[in-house]
Design a protein around this ligand. Structure first.
Ligand code: HEC
Ligand code: HEC
Length: 344
């Protein structure tokens, strides 16, 4: 054989083998590389609501950095770290003694309770309340001003950064806590009737008084800290009238999927849609703090959820009907007039 040709063959096969080797190396890397390494703290896919202790899983986790741990404390012990009990008066952003995790259960990881799993990837997103694309920081401040009846956290504050860091971390730092991640609340079938406050009261007394109290004041922890074991549902220390939980359809969906606590879950609720609706109307029939400047909400008024209790609206239904229903006529009006499909 021509020695030149021989050399060419040798060179080519060398090149070929090097290429194959490279491809194999890359394949091996891709196969074993995990962009979201999970901490092996718990093996179970499905963790029982009663058996996992976020405090333990997060605060004692050497792989979670201190910003994440700070974020956890801010959302789980909000009154102490960003509310009325904060040592530094400048850190008292929340106006009530609730914690974020009173509504976003299990440290914001529980499906069916507007969980924060995957939340930072869902933002920025369009928000009708502001009629613009909003950031995760703005969404958090929405709950600060309404659910927490307080003021905004400065967007670049250490507190805000810590909360966002925590939200990012629960996605990858914790083992999958739910086999199914559900965004928001699973919808309820909207009842044809209006809220019946007599039925609502009966359901409340049967299913809720035990923990939240006959006066809706909740029960404080026994450690003298003024924080809650069972949070209040109405009165001065509750969410304000601009909060999502003040809309009967939103509250009914939360309650159906989460209350009574430890008895109900999204895949095994206790109350029927209609029971949740009546009791949601009942807890929202009482006095609570008033949000200022609510008329500025929803610059495009036709995007207002039908159960928003405060005007102005782009329809002629009464304030009473927006608060208690019946909702099907309002929903039908928006469908025929604007082609809008309203679910809440
Ligand atoms: C066994 C005790 C218990 C019962 C019974 C119970 N809850 Fe709760 N509820 C809680 C606890 C505890 C939380 C806060 C959860 C957390 O922080 O992890 C809560 C949170 C809430 C919240 C959100 C936080 C707030 O203060 O606004 C609402 C609303 C609520 N419950 C409504 C109800 C309704 C309505 C019923 C009856 C259908 C009910 N709960 C029955 C213990 C209970
Ligand atoms: C009184 C109950 C309550 C409290 C307390 C509360 N929230 Fe919310 N939060 C809600 C409701 C209701 C929604 C809207 C859920 C829906 O309609 O799907 C929501 C939505 C959110 C969302 C968007 C969720 C999504 O899936 O788009 C984020 C993020 C959030 N809250 C963060 C917080 C933070 C952080 C705190 C504490 C500073 C807090 N919330 C306190 C009730 C509450």
């Amino acid at each position: 054989m021509n020695p030149l040709f021989k050399q060419l063959v040798r060179r080519l096969s060398f090149l070929f083998l090097t290429l194959v080797g490279l491809v194999l190396l890359i394949a091996a890397f891709l196969f074993t590389y995990d962009p979201n390494p999970q901490v092996e703290l718990v093996t179970s896919e499905e963790i029982d609501i009663e058996s996992w202790d976020p405090q333990d899983l997060i605060l004692n986790n050497s792989k979670a950095d201190s910003l994440v741990k700070t974020g956890y404390l801010l959302v789980a012990e909000s009154a102490k770290h960003l509310g009325p009990l904060a040592e530094n008066p400048e850190h008292r952003y929340a106006g009530n003694h609730l914690s974020c995790t009173n509504c976003h259960l299990n440290g914001g990881t529980l499906s069916g309770s507007a969980s924060w799993l995957g939340i930072t990837e869902r933002f920025p997103q369009f928000r009708g309340r502001e009629n613009k694309i909003g950031s995760i920081e703005e969404r958090i401040n929405g709950c600060m001003e309404r659910s927490m009846n307080g003021t905004k956290l400065p967007e670049n504050s250490n507190q805000m950064n810590a909360i966002v860091a925590y939200m990012k971390w629960i996605d990858k730092g914790l083992p999958k806590l739910n086999s199914k991640v559900i965004q928001g609340y699973p919808a309820i079938e909207i009842p044809k009737v209006a809220v019946d406050l007599v039925q609502g009261k009966e359901i409340y007394q049967r299913e809720c008084t035990l923990c939240h109290g006959a006066e809706g004041k909740g029960i404080k922890n026994q450690d003298g800290s003024e924080s809650y074991l069972y949070p209040p549902l109405w009165g001065e220390d509750s969410y304000n009238d601009g909060a999502g939980m003040h809309r009967v359809l939103t509250a009914a969906a939360f309650i159906k999927n989460n209350m009574p606590y430890l008895q109900a879950s999204w895949d095994n609720p206790k109350l029927s849609d209609e029971e949740a609706f009546h009791v949601a109307g009942y807890i929202n029939s009482f006095q609570r703090p008033e949000k200022q400047n609510k008329t500025a909400d929803f610059p495009d008024k036709k995007l207002k959820p039908v159960s928003t209790t405060y005007g102005p609206w782009t329809d002629d239904f009464s304030a009473e009907q927006h608060k208690y229903g019946p909702f099907p006529p309002i929903i039908a009006y928006y469908q025929t007039t604007f082609g809008l499909r309203k679910t809440k």
